[in-house]
Structure formats: C-alpha cells, structure tokens
Write a protein that binds this ligand. Sequence first.
Ligand SMILES: [Zn+2]
Length: 323
Amino acid sequence: MKPHACAVGVDIGGTKIAVGVVAADGRVLAERTLPTDSRAGVLDGLTRIAAAVREVMHEAKKTNANVAGLGIGCAGPVDPVRGVIDNPHTLPGWPRAPIVAALTHELGVPVWLENDADAAALGECYYGAGRGLDPVVMLTFGTGVGGAVITRGEIFRGVGGEHPEIGHMPISFAGAPCYCGRSGCLESIVSGTAIAEAGKAIGLINAAAVFAAAAAGNAEAAAILSHVRRALDAAIWTVLHAYCPARIILGGGLVEAQEAFFTTAARTARVNAHLVAHTAVEIVPARLGARAGLVGAAGWALQRSQAHGRPAAHAPHPPQPLP
Ligand SMILES: [Zn+2]
C-alpha cells in the first residue's frame, strides 16, 4: 500500500488546542487554533475539535482517503492504550474523556492519542533538533517540567503504557513540597511557576522579572538563578547517567525565553560526566517551538499507519458515539 503523504495533528493544552494538516516532510498545510475551554464539557470540546479537523482538511484539499489518520498530543495524564484523557488538573470538565473512540466514530479515520511531551519529542525527532539520533531525551521547561524519551523511533513507555515523569526527579531534600507527594523535585525548582514563586518572595512579579533583575545586578535574583542552575545541572547529570542519550533537547517557553542560560547550565553537567560517553552527547535547544507537538502527533499517525508487520503500540479503537 502506498504510504500516505499527510496526517492531521491535534495538540491539546490547558488553554488552547492546535489542529493542523501536516505533510510527511513536516510542513503544516493548514492550521487552526481554538480555545480549550474544557469546563464546557467533553461533548463541546470533541465537537469543536472535529469541526476544526474538517476545516483544515477542506482547506488543505484532503479527504479521509489521503490522510493517514489523526494523531493527538494531549496534556497528561492520558491513557494511550485505552485512548482516554484523564487530566482533572489541566482539563477540568473532561473526566475520563474517550477521545480516540469518539473521534474515530465522528471522523472515520484512525486516531492515536499520546502525552503532549511525547508528541513534542517525536516532532523534534522527525523534523527538528533530534533528527537521525537515538536515543533522544527531551526536557520541556514551561509552567511545569515535562520529559520524554524516544528510542529507536518509538516512545519509551513504562509498565501499563505509563509516561516517565522526569520533572519529578528529586533534586533537593530540603526543597519545597511538590504536588506529586515529594519535596524538592526538578519541577518545584526549575519551572516557570517555581521561579516566579521564588521571585515573588523578593518583590518580583514573574519568572521573566527574576531573569531581568539578575541581569541588572540584583543579588537576590542572582541567588535564585544560581539555585536553578545547580538544579538543572543535577537533572542533566541524572538524565545523562540514566539514559545515556545521543542528544538532550531542551524545549518549552522558559527555554525559548532564556536559551543561553539553559544551554550553558545543561552543558556544564556534560563536561564532567566521565562515566558515560559524554563527548558523544549533544545538548541543544528545540527547533520547532510551539508547533513540535502538532507536527509530532501527525508524524506519529503517519508512522503508525505505515508500521506494517510490526506490532502497533496500540490498535485503533472500535468506533463509539460521542459521549
Ligand atoms: Zn514532584
């Protein structure tokens, strides 16, 4: 069977949803962004996503016959095996949302669901900073800290399909309590939320203000960033020794805003990591920005549809009506 030349990607975040038709070479042929507004309920959300998919397919002049299917990257926790979103923190109003079965029924194409960090890492591996390298670890620093591991072109999964929560590696025994149940996690030190919280304690309004104040010579802000730098160094050290990756990609809004700070701090850890093949590891910023999840989700649909003769990570789901 001739491989499909394009697929539809959907990137679902807490505030907005991006929908696009993506060619096999990573070009976005048509794109829409809509508010998530998950409090309006699952049926409302799925109906709007389906409408946006039809719009972008019409604009790109594609029919069901010439798209490989729909790939969805969604803020986790998600259950890729059952095709269910279950994220009460970021997506209130969508409890146990059976998005795969519902959109398969509604659109008549195969649908695959993955964690958004995995989708972004796949996007960078297919079309961006991780092309041709294996294995790749991507760390995403924004409101929180996400992580994904791609090995041999596949998403690394834990037992039951679980997604590794790299942002919750412990960094400091004396750190602030984290919602995961521990204290001093990477996310509770290096996320935009954590830096903003530390900044507020010294009268600064957000993370950007902390970076600006430190650059202007504010010693308290510089001390916050020194702590952040040491935490980042420890996290990269752990990733290097746990995964022995060929490349570590640093992405997310915080890295986009402070690229030199993040790459410099992360590369410092690599220099001294003599137990692993540290000279073979590159640490680079992401290249695709906010589109990584969209193109990665579409690329995953293309890859899954072409995976003949190999066991699929999970089979397409039987169609079910919208809930
Ligand atoms: Zn934690």
